[in-house]
Design a protein around this ligand. Sequence first.
Ligand code: GLU
Length: 278
Amino acid sequence: MTTTRFAPSPTGRLHLGHAFSALFAQQAARALGGRFLLRLEDIDRARCRPEFADAILEDLAWLGVRWDGPVRRQSEHLDDYRAALDRLAAAGLLYPCFCTRKDIQDEIARAGHAPHGPDGPLYPGTCRGLPRAEAERRIAGGAPYALRLDVARARARVSGDLAFVDRDAGRIDADPLRFGDVVLARKEVPTSYHLAVTVDDALQEITLVTRGADLLPATHVQRLLQALLDLPVPDYHHHRLLTDAAGQRLAKRADSASLATLRAQGADPAALRADLGF
Ligand code: GLU
């Protein structure tokens, strides 16, 4: 049975791009008599707000999106992510990172060059070689730290191919090193996007991950996490991104395209679905 999901972060109102993504996931499930789940990715305490979470449910209901079962809210499942982190830590694949954003910028400036990944310059690895006793001393002293995955070591731990199937692009060999040592637990919250999404896709038994093409690079890291945590590998379908009349990607802040605005202007949800191709 096919199970898909829509997994917005409640950091703002939904726009047309989200509407497309939600309808795409719903249709992918329904076309195959499968299940369609909703997950709120609300781990970022600084940016997520409960009123946006409520608004997402309202906007989706208005749009005619109907999900199966209860909504999963990541903020209520931190223990699941902690268990995954513990496992990676026990395997010796994590290290504490005390760097601030400024430390990282300074280090990159000092080095004079910085390999770039999909999210910008790669972490220069400053804390990777920190002696254990030194790290423990800093932690005992109350220094805030994130946990990073030693990606090269982790990749070496996984034998053989690391591939995934995208229904659009075909079979893709994952290259998780292109992101550098990603953060798996942040200073202020004991998880991160990559970890939580990977754990949840497995726990919710998602068989087909549909999401925008902007997240295709992220799949390379998530595929490695699946291998390290012995999780099943879903199929993927990264879909095209909607753009506005000027060819710009619809950002969450582009209020003109928010579902709330369209609704206030009297838009008809059935017509909107049809406009989006559903
Ligand atoms: N929460 C992510 C976002 O809103 C999407 C995660 C995913 O679909 O994998 O961009």
